[in-house]
Design a protein around this ligand. Structure first.
Ligand code: FAD
Length: 381
């Protein structure tokens, strides 16, 4: 141990009733629900960054539940029940997020969403449009608005974009301010009496009887009775055998554009590209499909191949003829895997995990936090 004083041992090292690894949307939501369900319990969140530094503060802020081509693709890999079940969970997660923090605190803008198709993708567009009645019928059972998907005209909904052959409007999709949302969640968790220690990198853990001992990079040992792991794309650094891999996603935001018409969130190329307005800026991300192997990394960074593809998309399709400047570029690490569904399981009597949110953790995160807290509250012995 690292020159730990009696006072530090008494007040900081536990044993806590619950220790949560990772202060993203899932970790913080788990902490909040644990405190709600057991107000007397001591709950500690350990976060590696100065503030949450995984995907939860790096994402695009789409409050979405699945675009038509994404659902079509999912149906080739999953059963109908699984696909619609996941849509329902994303929607419930978004409702829970709003109920927890309120629409203002998360900067909610219910502007709707769109899936766009480019000239050359006419067949893909027609096939997708043909599947809309079936989707709308199924979604009527689980979403409170109908029809969810409808074809709209490029003239009316093109927002000045160029080279489109078709657009599908997605009702009920909204945009949030990711930074405001995470700050509000962090503050709410603190107010609930949860202890958060940031700048703490966890390097390992092991069970010692009824307790779990957690090791940090500065050789401190912290004790917890129950451990919840919510490190998502970074999980393999502690549990290599779990089927969740890192998937980096690169993003840019432009400087403000005076004449910007575009409003709402947009999916393109089976969801591999996504863009939206943030005020009168464009936030654009994607291109992971250009280099899946290279993007399977926990290292933050941007690559010329992917950033060039984002710039080209801006110039040719999203902002044709508009002078724009990139303002900031960044990346975030998602947790991805062979299946779309998230992993929620107990891996040993006192250790539970809630990871692999894919590209949908804004939507799923609050619900997974609730489910993980319920799992952790059940005795694992
Ligand atoms: C660029 C991008 C765009 C996205 N866009 C959207 C979107 O529009 N809509 C949507 O629904 N989803 C989107 N997502 C996905 C969504 O952001 C994630 O699914 C979600 O944030 C995952 O939350 P989490 O809490 O599981 O993980 P994270 O937010 O990644 O949290 C894990 C935390 O663990 C911490 N950590 C890691 N290692 C350690 C360690 N050793 N010790 C202690 N702490 C550690 C990290 O710092 C991090 O804060 C996007 C993701 C990215 C990257």
């Amino acid at each position: 141990m690292n020159n730990i004083s009696f006072w530090e041992k008494e007040s900081f090292l536990g044993p806590y009733d619950f220790v949560i690894l990772g202060g993203g949307i899932v970790g913080l939501s788990t902490a909040l629900h644990l405190k709600k369900q057991q107000p007397e319990a001591s709950v500690l969140v350990l976060e590696r960054g100065t503030f949450p530094s995984g995907a939860s503060t790096k994402n695009a802020g789409f409050a979405c539940f699945g675009s038509p081509t994404e659902l079509l693709d999912d149906l080739t890999k999953m059963s109908t029940e699984q696909v619609y079940g996941l849509v329902q969970k994303r929607y419930r997660g978004l409702q829970l997020l709003q109920e927890t923090l309120g629409p203002e605190a998360i900067g909610l803008e219910p502007q709707g969403g769109y899936e766009v198709f480019r000239i050359g993708q006419e067949n893909h567009f027609l096939n997708t449009v043909q599947s809309l009645p079936e989707f709308n019928t199924a979604l009527r059972e689980i979403l409170p608005f109908s029809p969810v998907f409808r074809e709209v005209s490029v003239e009316d909904y093109g927002f000045g974009m160029q080279g489109l052959c078709g657009i599908i409007r997605i009702e009920g999709e909204a945009q949030i301010h990711t930074g405001k949302m995470m700050k509000a969640l962090w503050q709410k968790v603190l107010k609930a009496g949860v202890m958060i220690l940031s700048g703490v990198c966890v390097t390992g853990f092991h069970e010692e009887g009824q307790q779990v001992s957690i090791q940090t990079l500065d050789h401190t040992n912290i004790l917890g009775r129950k451990l919840c792991i919510t490190m998502n794309g970074f999980t393999q650094s502690l549990i290599p055998e779990l089927p969740v891999k890192p998937g980096r996603a690169q993003v840019l935001i432009t400087k403000p554009i005076e004449s910007l018409k575009l409003r709402g969130s947009f999916h393109y190329d089976a969801g591999y590209y996504y863009f939206r307005n943030v005020g009168n800026r464009i936030l654009l991300g994607g291109g992971r499909n250009l280099d899946f192997a290279g993007e399977e990394t926990m290292e933050m960074g941007n690559t010329p191949k992917i950033m060039d593809s984002l710039h080209l998309l801006l110039q040719e399709m999203i902002l044709p003829g508009v002078l724009f400047e990139e303002d900031i570029r960044w990346s975030g690490i998602m947790g991805v895997g062979p299946e779309k569904n998230y992993i929620l399981e107990r891996i040993s009597p006192n250790v539970c995990v809630g990871v692999r949110m894919g590209g949908m953790g804004v939507a799923l995160g609050s619900l997974v936090g609730l489910e993980l807290s319920e799992l952790a509250l059940i005795s694992g012995n």
